[in-house]
Design a binder for this molecule. Sequence first.
Ligand code: MG
Length: 220
Amino acid sequence: MHDFTIKEKILSKNDELAGENRVLLRERGVYSINMVSSPGSGKTSVIEKTLEALKGKLEVAVIEGDLQTDLDAQRIKKHGVPVRQITTGKACHLDAHLVGGALDWLFSHPEVRLLIIENVGNMVCPAEYDLGEDAKVLVMSAPEGDDKPLKYPAIFHASDVLLINKTDLIPHTDFSMARARKNALAINPGLKIFETSCVTGEGIDAWVNYLTGEMMTVVP
Ligand code: MG
């Protein structure tokens, strides 16, 4: 007989709660994305650019996961969208229970169609925890190196979309876009990849158009 480890039990309970979140979000017609990355890849900046692009077109809410501080939540608040901070303390990832606890708040904004969840920054723990999202969006910045998919395969495998961010910095690094794409697609051939820069604006429109298109197929 298979002996379940404590970790397997935790993950299986998390999957159950994530399933409940997914049902509730779908019932309310909310599409959700879970943004994961290492610290400093530009997740919050990408979210800010996404909010700017969607302003006046689509109602968005943001959940900000962080170990400490509400610095990112304060940045998001300036865009005038509902934002909820979840401080995880020592936990290196959000989980379905924490996100489930924010759904009453979310549903008190019935106009919201898109929920963006910014996970805690690291490429390890968030890979395993389904939050109930429709898509996991991985942000990897060029200065981190084109070998990241090979070093952190689990999160590349678990993600649906990859934003290769900070393309404006590529001339200052030995980053190869061809190698990065090859490494990422070797781990996950289904990854949808966008090259983005929050400084030049490169790729932001393409990413936002893709996001809203995907959203329409799930919650028309
Ligand atoms: Mg951030």
